[in-house]
Design a protein around this ligand. Sequence first.
Ligand SMILES: [Zn+2]
Length: 304
Amino acid sequence: MWTVRTSRLWWLPVVLLACPPNSPTAREADWQSCAEGIAYRLSDATPQQGAVVLLELRGAATYSRAEGRWGEQPLHFWPAGEALHQALVGVDLARRPGKSPLVLTATRDDGTSQTCTVPLQVRSGDFPIERLRVAPRFVNPPPEVLPRIAEETERLRALFAAVTPQRLWHGRFLPPIEGLPPAGNFGRRRVLNEQPRAPHTGEDFPAPTGTPVRAAQRGRVVLAEELYFAGKTVLLDHGLGLYTMYAHLHSITTQQGAVVEAGAVIGTVGATGRVTGPHLHWAARLNDARVNPQDLLALPVPAD
Ligand SMILES: [Zn+2]
């Protein structure tokens, strides 16, 4: 005869197996001590090249400010509740694999502060090589377009380097195209017409021309125009060093300076710029690191 005890426990292994690694229960156990009275939690302590990591910092005593660096990269925290600060860490797709600590400082209301380090281990992205054929003018552009390319490169560099001090986004990130999967080609080393070129810094979504393209999150349009390589492009600034880019558009249905909400249609899929066919090129920059935008969709939803 089965006992009350066994009748209550038979389901336990089932629940444990069904509990995904990022469930609230499992993640509560992920808090670790950083310094006396300060705990931290990472959504991934061994991220691969191109990953986006959510870092959380929690203090026993309320502190008013959290700051941090990861090597050259500043971290931008936002307050997320009582004694809780959160920040996103971007692992550039070419960042060298290995151990590299985050250095964090938490400052209390009375001005006293504590500094501690958090270990982070970067893994190789193991990105495959992709060989493509495109129009020759996109592999070795004619001399007359070189000034235009240099000007656009410099403008994008300056935009990515600027940090808007407010976080403009909230809640979940949305895929830029509904119901169509990405190609899974982020980070691929590229050989164009037999010539090695820069790695692929985004994720491609093959889709018919005219398919609506949506803002992944709330943000400000800081660029909405046609670029030489990226074609018709929209760049959104989400604040605190995070940008998402939507390239090769057929049409742009927003304008520079506009603030768009998550899910708002900002253009349509096309084949402008350096392409082999109609698709959306979706890219993300975080504190100037070239990260996989698909990682934004998988983030634990940060508290607001
Ligand atoms: Zn692409």
